[in-house]
Each structure stands twice: as C-alpha cells, then as structure tokens.
Design a binder for this molecule. Structure first.
Ligand code: SF4
Length: 386
C-alpha cells in the first residue's frame, strides 16, 4: 500500500473502511478543544546541509554553502533561550547532512565528531547543561541512533508528511514514505516521546491524507509514543510553486486528524504558517513550539507570532492558553505530572520514557528544573518572560 514500504519492512496496513469513514468527516463533526497549549523554545539549526532536495524546502543549502553551528554558537543561542525563560532547545538539521557534504563531514572531524549524530548528542548535552530540554528533529535515523539520542532528548520528531509517493520529494536522493514510517516505528520501539505530522498540499490526495493519519495511529497504538501530530500547510516560497491550501482544505484536514487520532494525541497547527484562528474549532489544541527570540529557520519568510499574539488567538477562541514542556505530561516522572495516570493507562515503554539524564534535569534542585516543573504544573503565566 505504501510506496517503497517494502524496502523497510513496514508492516502497516490501514483498513479501507476506516479510510472511507475519515473521508466523510466534516469540521462540524468535531468537538472544539477546551484549551490551547504551546512550548516556549529556541530554534537551533545545527546545519543547513541535507542529503535530500524536497522541492518545497527553503531550509537546505547546497554543498559549499551549507553552514554548521559551532559549539560556542550553540551555547550562545541556548543561553539566550534560558534568559528568555524558554524550556526547549529545538534542534533541526537536514537528513544525513554529513552524507554528501564533505565540508560538513571534515568540519565535524576536525572538531572531533564521527558524525552529525555524535555532534547532535554533544549539542543536546550543552542544552541540558545550560538549562533547556532538547527536542531534536534529526530526519530519518535508525533504531540504534534513537537509542543513543534518547539519552539526551526529552522528545524527538520527524514529519511523516504523507504516505504517498509525491513528486515534491524530488531528486536523485529522495525521502520515501516507507523510510519515514520506519523512522516513526524505530522511535516507538525505543520509547521516544514523538512528534510527527502531515504536510498538506504537496500533491497528495484526500485518501492519502486519511491513510497517513491512520498509519500514524497504528504506530501509536503499538508503542504509545506519539504525543502530537502537526497538520501543516505548505507555503509558497522561492523554491516552491505549490499553492497554499485553502482554509476549507485545512479545516477538513484538521478535523480528519482529530477524528483519526486518540484523544491523548494533540493536534497542532503552526501559527506562523496556518490560518490558525479559523482552524481551532476543527480540533486544534496545540500551537507547537513558539520562539520568543529566534527565527523559524525552516520557513524564514514566516515570522513567529509574539507570545501575546498567541494569547489573542486563544482569547478570540474563548480558550485558556497554557505553556507546556517539549515532552508531554503523561511521559513525565509520576511526581512531576499535572494529572495522575492510572496504572492501566500508563504509556508502556522501557520502564521509563525519560532517560536518567533528562529525568534528572527535570527533578533536580536547579533553577532550570524548577522552571520545568513550574511549566509542567501550569504555574507560570504564558506570556510572562520567566
Ligand atoms: S524538507 Fe527536510 S528532508 Fe526535505 S530537503 Fe528540506 S531539510 Fe531536507
């Protein structure tokens, strides 16, 4: 069913009647949310190198132009984030950036790192050390790479985008749906609280959208690891001539996501890219990671709204707005959770969802840990700066 899935031994089969049921979902079928949440983050674009060339993407730079942040630059950004009261360091980079970029590979080698995964590990240690919880978006990685990176990440993510084989994933090296599903499954097997999502408007059909959501649901049902699903519209930019999907399309896509996914998974739209106010009643309950200080390097033409704009979105929708951590409440150590989880509903993975290092960062007697716990307990006003 999913193109290229065979190469990754993806054992997912979605039920056609479930697809048909989702295709019939309308926004009016969905109960509106009761609250909105967001995480306060700093964006750390580790490198702009990527082995792929997706046709809608302005993030990657070609070999010779791609940049790699130094450890000092990473520490500077993280410290700025701590000073602004953030809780999350959002690490992004292209897929296997040291694969075809010899300059990036050589630079890493000169700094003493075997690979970008090694370097990301060190960058996450910097964030934990300075007082932010890492959330990494490392592209397609293996189960053993997740095993290593979970030691220093509170959560991680990879966009599925779509299970369809679309021309937007162009070029000689292209990401494939099977590979993405394999990545999401590998994260589940390693017990990593995970973010994934759909990219709407890159050539996929409504049936593809329904299948994509059901594939995510199936993987979550196996591993309990998906904490949020982003429903993101493609946006015009200098590399892409994809049209931005209409508000009606996004309302239906969000409603479909809300109907497809279990209640514990948040449905998120990015407020700098989406007509957010028009989508909330379709089931949006999270506005994602929002940065008070750094740009959205993935979509540089689309500035993040200020935190008080988020408050206005919530006020207009008549909903309370709460700050959250990059790792959702149910994955926190039991004594840090806002809501107790019944033993029968406890997400099962490896005894603990958080590694000793991340758990210790949250439970310690440090200013950072107190900040994390205050956010987890919703004791901090969303628009205050610390
Ligand atoms: S969308 Fe991601 S995988 Fe595709 S080119 Fe951009 S950074 Fe690389």
């Amino acid at each position: 069913m999913f193109p290229a899935a065979e190469a990754y031994d993806i054992d997912i089969a979605v039920d056609e009647s479930a697809v048909d049921a989702l295709l019939a979902v309308e926004p009016a079928d969905i109960d509106p949310p009761t609250e909105l949440t967001f995480a306060r983050n700093v964006f750390v674009p580790l490198t702009t190198a990527c082995r792929y060339t997706c046709s809608y993407c302005t993030y990657y730079d070609v070999p010779g132009e791609a940049t790699l942040m130094s450890p000092e630059a990473i520490r500077d950004v993280v410290q700025t984030g701590v000073a602004a009261g953030c809780t999350e360091a959002l690490f992004t980079f292209g897929d296997k950036p040291d694969d075809r970029y010899t300059a990036i590979h050589d630079q890493l080698d000169e700094w003493g790192y075997d690979s970008i995964i090694d370097y990301l590990y060190a960058a996450c240690e910097i964030a934990l050390d300075e007082g932010l919880l890492p959330h990494s978006n490392p592209g397609d990685i293996t189960q053993s790479e997740f095993r290593r990176l979970r030691e220093v990440n509170s959560s991680m993510g990879v966009m599925l985008e779509t299970t369809a084989d679309v021309d937007a994933h162009s070029g000689g090296r292209r990401k494939t749906p099977g590979q993405r599903l394999n990545t999401i499954r590998a994260a589940g097997r390693e017990g990593v609280p995970f973010t994934t999502g759909l990219l709407v408007g890159i050539g996929e059909t409504w049936r593809d959208r329904a299948e994509s959501l059901l594939a995510i649901r199936e993987l979550h049902e196996r591993f309990d690891h998906v904490q949020e699903v982003i429903v993101q519209n493609v946006v015009p930019n200098e590399r892409s001539d994809f049209e931005q999907p209409s508000v009606e399309t996004m309302r239906r896509a969000v409603a479909m996501a809300r109907a497809a996914l279990p209640e514990e998974i948040s449905v998120q739209v990015p407020p700098n890219l989406s007509p957010t106010g028009a989508l909330i009643d379709c089931g949006v309950d999270d506005l994602g990671g929002v940065s008070p200080i750094t740009d959205d390097y993935i979509n540089p033409d689309y500035a993040w709204p200020a935190l008080d704009e988020l408050q206005s979105i919530a006020d207009d929708a008549g909903l309370p707005l709460y700050e959250r951590l990059p790792v959702y409440d149910r994955y926190l150590p039991a004594d840090c959770r806002r809501r107790p989880v019944a033993a029968a509903d406890e997400p099962a993975a490896h005894g603990s969802w958080l590694s000793p290092a991340v758990r210790s960062a949250i439970t310690a007697s440090t200013d950072a840990a107190r900040r994390y716990r205050a956010v987890a307990a919703r004791e901090r006003q969303p628009v205050s700066q610390s």
